[in-house]
Design a protein around this ligand. Structure first.
Ligand code: NCD
Length: 380
């Protein structure tokens, strides 16, 4: 069985095969369930060596959606993807109607969802929460965003969009712009772009620059090739792609800290006129003030098409993970230890290990400088 928790969970070859399937699917109108089922089944040997006949594909399987944080696109496009594969979907958005409101832990919630569904897509405000969930679940877990840490399925659709619209990713100069500190989509996309051979420019005010655990991954892949800039104006003419992001208001430590940077950058028609004639503009959405709506009519503005590609890309991902989950058995719960009331297991306050009452023993015994769950330094 495989989970999809981080952009590092698939090689570029695996992502390319997944994009080939998504391409095939997106060439249809997505409504012919039989054609989709046959296409997915024909493709399965390329997606997973584990899927032996009579693998039947995602049809009639159930996806659970556990969204502990607001979402429009990710929640609904996963639901749409599962339904278009001929599967079914159930779940919650916001915890008000669930036993989480009674104090149920993440570990207990995911074990229950494992009994009700065949694959789980989740979003949670704590960093490392999807990894922790995967240690209790006995179905594949997909990370739909874990706090400010990662959002790898968004990165898959971003990479798919770039490949489809530009032909290839290698050699492109991509500006990642905005809140790179808290923006989880950028944390997944930057290493993904680096793996495919793009050049990166991180454009952000000093206080919102890319965290070092992400730049370290990019440097490992690219041998140190990434540049930084404080304003888009100084680099816009060199970019083949502008990836705008929202200032992540909900992650700031105080309203004042947010106010200080909220208007730090804005893409408008004047900046677009300085950009290359074929420079594409992407944004994971929702957009607030960082892209002037008058840019929407520019043929280089691709963000709504990018969001629509989320459906075929997530269809291909679900098919891949279910192909790996053939013949799964119910797993035992890991051995756990109780965290003391004031005990901090990671220096990162937002790490899941500081919030669950009981954590896997292996989490307490983890070695190395960086936390396996949130990737921040474990000791400050
Ligand atoms: C992003 C997210 O949730 O991280 N949205 C999305 O899933 N498309 C970006 C954001 O909220 O700014």
């Amino acid at each position: 069985m495989r989970h999809y928790l981080s952009i590092a969970d698939m090689t570029t070859e695996e992502m390319t095969r997944l994009f080939d399937l998504a391409d095939r699917i997106s060439a249809s109108d997505l409504t012919d369930v039989d054609w989709i089922a046959n296409t997915v089944r024909d493709f399965t040997p390329q997606l997973s060596p584990a899927a032996e006949p009579p693998y039947t594909g995602p049809a009639n399987k159930i996806m659970a959606l556990a969204f502990f944080e607001p979402s429009t696109r990710t929640h609904l496009s996963f639901t749409s993807a599962m339904l278009r594969l001929g599967g079914k979907a159930l779940g919650f958005s916001g915890t008000g109607g669930t036993s989480v409101a009674k104090g149920e832990t993440l570990a207990d919630t995911v074990r229950m969802l494992s009994a009700y569904a065949d694959v789980l897509a989740m979003r949670n405000p704590l960093e490392g929460s999807a990894r922790l969930a995967s240690e209790y679940a006995w179905i594949p877990v997909i990370n739909g965003g874990d706090g400010a840490h990662e959002h790898p399925t968004q990165a898959l659709m971003d990479l798919f969009t770039i490949r489809k619209e530009k032909g290839q990713i290698a050699g492109l100069t991509v500006g990642l712009v905005g809140d790179l500190l808290y923006g989880r989509t950028a944390h997944s996309l930057a290493p993904g772009l680096a793996a495919f051979g793009a050049k990166l420019v991180f454009v952000a005010p000093q206080s919102l620059q890319m965290p070092d655990y992400v730049t370290a991954k990019v440097e490992q892949t690219m041998g140190g090739v990434s540049a930084t800039a404080e304003t888009l104006a100084e680099v816009v003419k060199d970019l083949d792609l502008i990836y705008m992001t929202r200032v992540q208001r909900e992650r700031f430590p105080s309203p004042e800290a947010y106010e200080a940077v909220r208007e730090a950058y804005r893409l408008d028609r004047a900046l677009m006129s300085a950009a290359k004639p074929d420079c594409l503009v992407l944004h994971p959405l929702p957009r607030v003030t960082e892209i002037d709506p008058r840019v929407d009519a520019d043929p280089r503005a691709l963000y709504f098409r990018q969001a629509a590609y989320g459906v075929p890309v997530r269809m291909a991902l679900i098919a891949t993970l279910l192909a790996y989950a053939v013949g799964r058995a119910r797993r035992e719960s890991p051995e756990t230890v109780e965290r003391g009331a004031d005990q901090r297991l990671c220096a990162n306050e937002r790490c899941v290990l500081n919030h669950e009452r009981h954590v896997p023993l292996a989490a307490v015994e983890q070695q190395g400088e960086r936390c396996v769950y949130c990737e921040q330094l474990r000791r400050s």
